[in-house]
Design a protein around this ligand. Structure first.
Ligand SMILES: NC(=O)C1=CN([C@@H]2O[C@H](COP(=O)(O)OP(=O)(O)OC[C@H]3O[C@@H](n4cnc5c(N)ncnc54)[C@H](O)[C@@H]3O)[C@@H](O)[C@H]2O)C=CC1
Ligand SMILES: CC(=O)C(=O)O
Length: 336
């Protein structure tokens, strides 16, 4: 039975989180606080630790009228979404792309299992490098493109709005600004689209009688790009921001509400075919749709192309491309 959306009622909603590490369990906790699902399933190779996390979360679940349990891949059946957070994280100084070989190998193990048991679900990928692995998840699952979503620059867009909100002294929710491209070093701020109170940033500054301080704004974009490096240098990981972002991606899926978010999806960008990166997408119960019109400046289009090319280079460098042939896919699934 395919997932049936039930916009006002979380009773029937199951969400599976693969990877009960720092990001996975923080996401499960954020899901509980948001009361988005009735059944939250944790899957991890370290079953003992996952069990401990599920027990602890269950005590919090008491207040949210949901249950949290440890499961296996067959528990993915009928899940509204399966969030993949399993994998190694960055050590101080490492880039997200440095993780690709290890986490790609893990995806070859995990994704076909999820797809086998939950052929109608939506995959939400958080594991890094998230754009490369969103592409891998699409190929390994055989799902339609709209049902494989990477958290992408939804995280960076949130950080960017936080920075701009602080700079302009307004609530970040009232800043409309997006980061596009790679969830990584080649990301780009779409300055030409940024607005506050319906006004482009230059107009807003003029109307407010404040300086349009280009250097300070560049600082906002730089701190956005470097935020994860700095947090990892200080505390060894990031978890709260991404967990909240993952729940904000799951919300429009569960409630079928057509929210527009910058998430990663496979497509053609800046003339580069078959690559995943983030652009604004409409999210609903069927997945992520790129039917949101966008008019970027010439230099932003160039930067987007460069971002696509740098992700593509990593994809091409993977010795063993994800299997794309139907019969290969079946043979992989037959081994499960
Ligand atoms: N997209 C984003 O914005 C963010 C992504 N991340 C990424 O999320 C991933 C996870 O990070 P953390 O939770 O901090 O790492 P962690 O080390 O705390 O957790 C990883 C978990 O994956 C599990 N795991 C390993 N192999 C597995 C397998 N084959 N099947 C099931 N579970 C398996 C481990 O047992 C562990 O519990 C990393 O790749 C990290 O870079 C982290 C923060 C933000
Ligand atoms: C680690 C990571 O990808 C982030 O916090 O943005």
């Amino acid at each position: 039975m395919p997932f049936q959306s039930n916009s006002s009622d979380a009773k029937s909603i199951k969400i599976v989180v693969v990877g009960a590490g720092s990001v996975g369990v923080t996401t499960a906790y954020a899901l509980l606080l948001d009361r988005l699902a009735a059944d939250i399933v944790l899957i991890d190779v370290d079953k003992n630790r996952a069990q401990g996390e599920a027990m602890d979360l269950s005590h919090a679940a008491h207040f949210a009228q949901a249950r949290v349990r440890v499961g296996d891949y067959e528990d993915c059946a009928h899940a509204a979404a399966v969030v993949i957070t399993a994998g190694v994280n960055q050590k101080p100084g490492q880039t997200r792309l440095d993780l690709v070989k290890t986490n790609y190998a893990l995806f070859k193990e995990v994704v076909p299992r999820v797809a086998h048991h939950a052929p109608d679900t939506i995959l939400v990928v958080a594991t890094n490098p998230v754009d490369v692995l969103t592409h891998a998840a699409l190929q390994l699952s055989g799902f339609p493109v709209e049902r494989v979503i990477g958290s992408g620059t939804a995280m960076d867009t949130t950080r960017f709005r936080h920075e701009l909100g602080r700079h302009f002294g307004v609530n970040p929710r009232n800043v409309h600004a997006v980061i596009l491209g790679e969830h990584g070093d080649s990301q780009l701020p779409a300055w030409s689209l940024a607005s506050i109170s319906g006004m482009r940033l230059r107009d807003y500054c003029e109307a407010a009688g404040v300086e349009y301080d280009e250097a300070a704004l560049e600082g906002c974009a730089r701190r956005t790009k470097e935020a994860a490096y700095e947090i990892i240098r200080r505390k060894g990981k990031t978890n709260y921001g991404v967990a909240s972002v993952l729940v904000s991606i799951l919300q429009p899926i569960v409630t079928d509400s057509d929210a527009i978010m910058t998430v990663s999806r496979v497509g053609a960008y800046g003339g580069v075919e078959d690559v995943a990166l983030s652009m604004p997408c409409k999210l609903n119960r069927s997945g992520a749709y790129q039917d949101v019109p966008l008019r970027l400046s010439e230099s932003e289009q160039q930067a987007l192309r460069q971002s696509a090319l740098s992700i593509k280079e990593v994809l091409d460098s993977l010795e063993d491309q994800p299997c794309v042939l139907e019969d290969q896919q079946y043979s992989l699934r037959a081994e499960l």
